[in-house]
Design a protein around this ligand. Sequence first.
Ligand SMILES: Nc1ncnc2c1ncn2[C@@H]1O[C@H](COP(=O)(O)OP(=O)(O)O)[C@@H](O)[C@H]1O
Ligand SMILES: O=P(O)(O)O[C@H]1O[C@H](CO)[C@@H](O[C@H]2O[C@H](CO)[C@@H](O)[C@H](O)[C@H]2O)[C@H](O)[C@H]1O
Length: 453
Amino acid sequence: MSKAVSHRPGSTTGSGRPLASLAGLLRDWLPRQRWFAGKDRPVTDLSVLSLTELFPGCLHLLVHTGGGVPAPGGTPPAGDCYQLLLSVRKQLAPRLDRAFIGRAEEGSLAGLAVYDALYDPRAAQLLLERLRRPGTAGPLRFESDAAARVPGGLAPRLLDAEQSNSSLVYGDAYILKVFRRIQPGVNPDLEVPGALAAQGCARVPAPVAWFRTEEPWPATLGVLQPFLPDAADGWTLALRALVAGDDFTTEAHELGRAVAEVHLALATAFPPGVHGETSRTVAAMTARLDAAARCVPALAPFVPGLRTAFAALATCDAGPPAQRIHGDVHLGQVLRAGEDWFVIDFEGEPSRPLSERCSAQSPVRDIAGMLRSFDYAARQRRPWRPDWARLCREAFCAGYAARAGWDPRTKHALLRAHETDRAVYEVLYEARHRPDWLPVPMAAIERLAVRGG
Ligand SMILES: Nc1ncnc2c1ncn2[C@@H]1O[C@H](COP(=O)(O)OP(=O)(O)O)[C@@H](O)[C@H]1O
Ligand SMILES: O=P(O)(O)O[C@H]1O[C@H](CO)[C@@H](O[C@H]2O[C@H](CO)[C@@H](O)[C@H](O)[C@H]2O)[C@H](O)[C@H]1O
């Protein structure tokens, strides 16, 4: 039986010494996780917002770092909230080495090994069982599409890839994405695929079950959707083509069509947006650039040149109307199964506030994301293959135009501004998560600032 453990939000000691002991271990472990956003500051404060015994031996936690203590049900505080599933054992089997968080030193957990339960097949199976049978566990709510029939007993495996979240694949039939950084509200990765499926859009795997919390505020915690078993992601396929010296333009053209179809479905599924005033877009892009330059000094010399890309928006054609978009389009977010491209991960850029990610924006933002991704792929090759990226870019835009009815290549200033904004985001992302990759977006920054495109 699951039960909610009574716990005073904001305290690491509300349930006694075990929490204090856990908090100590988590302060060291959290910053080492790829999905941890606050890598640029030490975890000095950590509070437990909610703690639920999901099943015997497995605790579900929402923890908060980097800000004031949040009030229950109140306004979300500054800082970040993370979802953790933790288990304890006397000894960890070697196959759970990667899951090890630390050994508790005090309280009732003293001497026990604390580990990330998502690596434990038993815990992963029990989590799927909860999703198969809608119900509650303390503040947690497990829900499903009434038409979905998820079979029991599917063998779980945790995807190794370093991602923004953690994903479990069950029997190559379903994939459960467990969100790590939790923001109040419905996660777009539940909301958007659900709305697109209702439109009959076949480009997106539709959610079949999900779980969410009511405390400390309503938020989505995880989504189960069909797994595309023989799919390969666009990044893997593009690199394979580059290594083999193959052309990728047919794939890029089809990708352009797929992204355009998703945009058309999004425009129908969500009420059309009002075009934000251009001056506000310019101000927002400029503010993001200035903030990024404060964190990554290498950007500073390019700031004046990059600002001209944003300023040009004031005098150029406004382009297509604002609408709901994907928000973080790149080659890793598209999967090819058979001849078809699918689009996944509608969370948007993980570091942006949820309200911003759900607001109507220019679809050019998504197009710019994919164009940047061709550049990223081309730069994985020595020597660099700018011609490969250029041909993919042309083909993607042509495919997009064939389906959307307008051609991104005719909106040069708009594209340049959005590619610049995206490259600035990438500089910050790489500086925080993969410093070795920083030269990739920096090369684009130099090109966009100095040569203008
Ligand atoms: N429906 C699916 N079918 C097959 N593979 C998937 C599916 N959804 C996600 N994946 C795989 O899982 C990886 C992580 O998914 P993604 O939604 O991008 O998570 P994250 O937000 O953690 O980046 C993808 O790169 C892809 O390889
Ligand atoms: O984790 P997400 O898939 O939500 O996206 C984040 O991580 C991506 C890297 O995994 C990052 O993408 C950047 O690197 C890609 C190559 O690894 C490249 O194809 C993309 O064009 C580039 O932006 C993405 O920006 C970030 O939000």
